[in-house]
Design a protein around this ligand. Structure first.
Ligand code: C2E
Ligand code: MG
Ligand code: MG
Length: 690
């Protein structure tokens, strides 16, 4: 099965060529038929007219003979018949010659010929000496034009057949044919027989068909002219058809051409690639569908120019062509993207080929460094239940290429060159991604997002000092979903800003509610995504949201992830300063994860540093880990910041952190994130139960 696009292309490819060939064949056929019909009709008309006249003469002789029989053989009948000058014979029904001379050249067998002009059946005998009349398989007498012409050619020198007649001779020899001019004649003998009325004898007379050579020449010249005309028309059609096919080829070339590189485009890739995969021999090979992206191409064009960019792309195209053999395909898909179809033995060969391609591509320009992302979808040979390799039946290169692109997209955001392979996990991820995006808005309206609370405790006293609000999604469609599975999607599609407001509002409302119930509350930190920090009035938005609920600002803390510190630094500093000014505490979440933002610590007026859970992964952190944690706590204290250790699960870590003066611990050692009802109980107890 071919993809829809391939079928469309094939249709376009075939359309003109097929039509031109069809019209050409049809016209040639009709012209040949007309020409043959015309020539045959002409020749047969002439021959039949002459045969008829001969028939009438011989039939006249036969009637004389019949009359003589009726009169009882009056002796002078032979004299009368001889006067006519024709040879004749009389046979009985057994074939025995009753009357005739020794030079008789009439063949034994006669055949029926119908003379259309007089609607009579005549028995025709071939002349043994000049057998120009042929008998076909059915025993019918036929004179084929080609036979006749051949016969005439072969007997050109025969004076019996060709001779010059003048008027006088004609009147003596052929009394019923009037000839007014002297001409060279062709004289074809023909024997015609008719049954004598007694039913026992056949009278056979020898006639001659006289054909004037001028007539033959006229027929031949006319035929030649027609053949030449036909040939000219044929040639014109042929030239036109070849021209059409050439034009079509030229337009197909343009159709498949990529203007930027002069190579092939996407349509070619799909068309040619599917044709390769469809071939029988291809079934036993593995193929790799590759999507290659020049990562910095757009930036390069922006900093330089599109035409310089195109020069680079042409170099990339040339470089790729050196890595692709004639059984493989590559094409330029979009300004920064190429598509490849490689034939490989195994994964190892594929890796080494792609790595060598990347390394050559990275060196195409000495003044600029380019990197490349490659997405690969491997097409394994299809097999039956017994493991035998089968021919590929379902080919959809578009789909396979799309899979390669999906794999390549997983490298988005990475600066270095890399290769990503497609597998079904990616499809699942994509499906999940789409489902989350589809349901998130209605989930917000339906209040499917829940606020969970995870307390933070003082490691020395074991008293609750703070809490972090963490989102959960109780979805009727997707089930209970933890934030790690949907927050990155929301950060990507921008929905995170709504989520953060939702959480902030709910936390503030809860705080207000508990305060009103007389419960002594601790500050609750709310995560605010870095995507939010491009909004210059973020601090005001937070203030207004909290104020609307009536909750005191000092019971709300804002957590920023470390990656937020890479964005617009000035806006970030301004927002933090304003938040502090409005009375909110601000903390840096996940400190120590990813890139170090030690430098940002000096400019940011932060209140709390949350040590990333990675510091406390595994039972034994090792001496060096302990030194880093201990020094970070000291550093924070020197900068007037409190510290919270996240992800703490074991007592040894708690003891160590208490020793180092860490202010709070948030981890499963004390409590897991919990729904608000459970949290209120913990809040009233204050002291951790361990
Ligand atoms: P985070 O802000 O660093 O939150 C701490 C995460 O560590 C939470 O995961 C928490 O359940 C987990 N955790 C705490 N103690 C332990 C421990 O002892 N062991 C282990 N294994 N894990 C521990 P959670 O709730 O799955 O949240 C993951 C991340 O999702 C959060 O990391 C935060 O970045 C994001 N997130 C959660 N809720 C929100 C939200 O409302 N808004 C935004 N923007 N992000 C949120
Ligand atoms: Mg957090
Ligand atoms: Mg954290």
């Amino acid at each position: 099965m071919k993809s829809t696009n391939t079928r469309k292309i094939e249709k376009i490819k075939k359309k003109h060529g097929v039509l031109a060939i069809f019209v050409f064949l049809l016209t040639s056929f009709v012209a040949t038929m007309l020409l043959s019909y015309f020539v045959y009709s002409l020749v047969f008309y002439l021959l039949e007219a002459k045969l008829t006249s001969e028939y009438e003469s011989i039939s006249y002789m036969e009637r004389i003979y019949e009359q003589s029989l009726a009169d009882g053989y009056e002796g002078d009948v032979w004299q009368v018949l001889d006067q006519d000058g024709r040879e004749y014979i009389i046979r009985d029904n057994s074939g025995k010659l009753l009357v005739g001379d020794e030079d008789n050249t009439c063949s034994e067998e006669g055949n029926i010929l119908t003379l259309g002009s007089i609607q009579e059946k005549v028995e025709l005998f071939v002349d043994k000496q000049y057998p120009y009349v042929t008998l076909n398989e059915k025993g019918e007498a036929t004179v084929l034009l080609t036979d006749l012409l051949k016969y005439i050619r072969d007997h050109q020198e025969d004076p019996e057949l060709f001779f010059l007649i003048d008027d006088a001779e004609v009147h003596e020899d052929v009394s019923n044919v009037l000839i007014f001019v002297s001409d060279s004649y062709l004289r074809l003998p023909v024997w015609m027989g008719m049954k004598v009325s007694n039913g026992e004898e056949t009278f056979i007379g020898k006639g001659f068909i006289y054909i004037r050579m001028t007539d033959v020449s006229i027929i031949m010249i006319t035929t030649m002219i027609l053949v030449i005309l036909f040939f000219i028309i044929f040639m014109l059609f042929l030239v036109n058809m070849i021209g059409n096919i050439k034009n079509q080829k030229r337009s197909m070339k343009l159709f498949f051409m990529d203007l930027a590189t002069g190579g092939h485009n996407r349509l070619w890739y799909i068309y040619r690639g599917e044709a390769i995969l469809k071939k029988k021999f291809s079934a036993s090979y593995q193929y790799a569908v590759v999507s290659l992206l020049s990562v910095k191409y757009n930036t390069f064009c922006m900093c330089h120019s599109v035409s310089e960019g195109e020069t680079i792309i042409r170099k990339v195209s040339d470089c790729i062509s050196g890595h692709v053999n004639r059984r493989e395909v590559y094409a330029h898909e979009s300004p920064e993207c190429f598509m490849l179809l490689l034939r490989i033995k195994d994964q190892e060969e594929l890796n080494s080929r792609l790595n060598s391609l990347i390394s050559d591509l990275e060196n195409i320009d000495v003044t600029h460094s380019f990197t490349y992302h490659l997405g690969v979808s491997v097409l394994l040979p299809p097999r039956d239940a017994n493991g035998r390799i089968l021919r590929r039946r379902y080919i959809d290169l578009e789909q396979d290429y799309n899979n390669a692109v999906t794999a390549r997209n997983t490298l988005n955001g990475k600066e270095d060159s890399g290769i990503a392979y497609f597998d079904l996990k990616l499809v699942e991820e994509r499906k999940w991604h789409d489902q989350v995006e589809e349901h998130c808005r209605e989930a917000l309206t339906n209040q499917e997002f829940l606020v969970y609370y995870q307390p933070k405790y003082d490691p020395v006293s074991g008293i609750m000092k703070g809490t972090e609000a963490l989102i959960r999604w109780q979805s009727p469609v997707l089930g209970f979903v933890s934030p790690g599975k949907f927050i990155p999607i929301f950060e990507h599609n921008g929905f995170i800003t709504e989520i953060d407001h939702y959480m902030l509002e709910h936390v503030a409302m809860d705080q207000k509610k508990w305060l009103d119930q007389g419960i002594e509350c601790v500050p609750i930190s709310v995560n605010i995504s870095r995507a939010h920090f491009i909004e210059s009035d973020l601090a005001e938005q937070i203030r207004d949201t909290v104020d609307k609920t009536g909750a005191p600002r000092n019971l709300i803390e804002i957590e920023l992830t470390e990656s937020a510190f890479f964005d617009d630094k000035n806006t970030l500093i301004k927002t933090i300063s304003k938040l502090k000014e409005y009375g909110f505490a601000v903390s840096m979440d996940d400190f120590g994860s990813g890139y170090s933002s030690l430098n940002s610590l000096k400019d940011m007026p932060l209140d709390i540093l949350k040590l990333d859970a990675e510091f406390f992964r595994g039972e034994d952190q090792g001496e060096r880990g302990k030194i880093v944690v201990s020094e970070t706590i000291k550093l924070a204290r020197s900068l007037n910041m409190r510290t919270v250790a996240e992800g703490v699960e074991i007592k040894e870590q708690v003891d160590f952190l208490a020793e180092q003066g860490c202010d709070m611990i948030q981890g499963f050692y004390y409590a897991k994130p919990m729904p608000s009802e459970e949290y209120v109980v913990k809040l009233t107890e204050k002291k951790a139960e361990i």
